[in-house]
Write a protein that binds this ligand. Structure first.
Ligand code: SF4
Length: 216
């Protein structure tokens, strides 16, 4: 179903329908970065057993990839909100091949739709391999991303892999604001660009300017 609103309500209805079932269903959560995952993990941890899956071949360098992945691991170790964290090997070739010809697209345009589809499809396949009942993604936490498109692509990916996609709009109910508070609380690195080289506003600093970390 394509629509601007209602994905958060759909998620809440599914959770209500589970009626606190034990053992909790297993959910694979595709994680784009630690700050976005913070509020999502906090929201879902009491309802699902969570496998956090950091799978982001879109990120422009191994250094940045490993920094974001490391922060995800640190957050989950501190909070215990995920049972398991998977960091897939960094392989940017698949992303670069997928978006060939779309390099000049603006953020939010056709390149991003391909990027979302790629990551959701890989996450759905991983969820199927691991026997998860559900999968979803932290990507809908961002106010800059099209939640309707993400939900449509997630549902398609889930159907193709045989795993139920959990609809979401994690920015709702103060989710985005909560992620900022949690990032400060845990001193998480918050990047200033989405991930690919085309979304960088500034070139990487050859002198190695340190990551931006909120004071805890
Ligand atoms: S701007 Fe973000 S969502 Fe769009 S292609 Fe780049 S990394 Fe992917």
């Amino acid at each position: 179903m394509r629509g601007k609103n209602g994905f958060d309500s759909q998620m809440q209805e599914i959770i209500l329908g589970m009626d606190g079932s034990e053992p909790k269903p297993l959910l694979l959560l595709h994680v784009c970065c630690a700050p976005c995952s913070s509020a999502v993990l906090e929201r879902l941890a009491g309802v699902f057993r969570i496998i956090a899956c950091f799978d982001n071949p879109n990120i422009d360098s191994a250094t940045e990839h490993d920094l974001r992945a490391g922060e995800t691991l640190r957050l989950t170790e501190l909070t215990g909100w995920a049972e398991q964290v998977i960091v897939t090997p960094y392989d940017p070739t698949i992303f670069r091949t997928s978006v060939r010809g779309l390099e000049g697209e603006p953020e939010g345009g056709a390149r991003c739709a391909v990027c979302y589809r790629l990551r959701l499809a890989r996450s759905a396949q991983k969820a199927a391999e691991l026997g998860c009942s559900f999968f979803t993604s932290t990507l809908t936490l961002s106010p800059r991303k099209d939640a309707a498109l993400l939900n449509e692509l997630g549902r398609e990916a889930g159907e193709a892999a045989g795993v139920r996609f959990l609809p979401s709009d994690f920015k709702k109910r103060g989710g985005y604001q909560r992620s900022i508070l949690l990032s400060r609380q845990f001193g998480l690195y918050r990047q200033d660009y989405c991930g690919c080289a085309f979304s960088r506003k500034h070139p990487p600093d050859p002198e190695g300017e340190g990551p931006k970390i909120f004071p805890s």
